[in-house]
Design a protein around this ligand. Sequence first.
Ligand code: OSB
Ligand code: MG
Length: 373
Amino acid sequence: MKIEAITLREIHMPLVRFFETSFGRTISRRILLATVHCEGVQGWGECTAGEHPFFSEECTDTAWHVLKEYLAPALAGVDLANGGREAAQRMAQVRGHRMAKAALENAVWDAEAQAKAMPLWKLIGGTRQEIACGVSIGIQDSHDELLDRIAMELEAGYQRIKIKVKPGWDLDVLGKVRQRFPGALLSCDANSAYTLDDLEHLKKFDDFRLLMIEQPLWPDEIYMHALLQHELSTSICLDECIVTARHALEAIQMRACRILNIKLGRVGGFSEAIRTHDVALNAEIPVWCGGMLESGLGRAHNIALSTLSGFSLPGDVSASARYWKDDIIEPEVTVSSLGTIQVPDQPGRGYALREDLIESLTVRKETIRPHGV
Ligand code: OSB
Ligand code: MG
């Protein structure tokens, strides 16, 4: 598959409601999209970097720089015999910048699925036609607001509730949530807000029958999570500190977690996400697909990823309408009253792009062509 040119663009999309984590509040997204133009087919990928380097080192502007100066030039004009996997290999000279790489690699997978007229989820080896959905609910202005939101999402059918926690928004909140929703499948995500000095405090999380506590400690630390997991009965799920399949293997061997969150951007694209999934499946560690407040494009790719057989827990992949007034895909992602998404059977990602809407949301755009063309 020949990459004739690559278009990068930045779109601005206001969230229907703010989303707050231990590292800050997001009210509007600046999202980078990459389009690979290949012999009449356009593959699209989304960069999941945030507006600021708070979740990880990457942000919208570092991704734009690295995509424009290094990653797009590494692929423009190249004939990829082995699709997305080869795209990843050709970008490997750049260290890190995984979310930037994933935007391009996933665009190549998207193009390959269209060129082969097969659903993307089948191309990556998916096995299920329906995926289970949970929601991630941010820190709110009040406890009552949070309880109301949880009630609403459970009523809508979502199978698992995850709440964000941080020092000062944790034990009291979890206590109230448990009291009001004793039977809910409940987890929490700290986004690295604690240290091992908080050990006695973190042990109290065991009182709430949580499915998991996600990434309680440092974003670059696996071993310390192993020490903590040894002290907790609640399962730890790692997010931030697993950026390769090797990390997943190390974490599993160290018993640093019993569950893994896999994000396409965090690990650098479909090929590493599939390898990470395979490592977990082999070790019988359940995985689920995380979210990064994606537009419909990234959401469609998350749905495809979630069809791999090891994704046995409800993910953070939920309905478009929870994030956007108008999503950039057609149809929007909808969730059934049983908390599931039906995986589309059409070729490619299975959701058309609303290109006029995308154009109207675009604030910058640049096309990279092969050298000398
Ligand atoms: O840690 O999973 C996370 C959003 C932004 C950055 C990090 C995370 C999240 C979420 C939201 O939890 C998941 C979503 O609804 O897309
Ligand atoms: Mg997380």
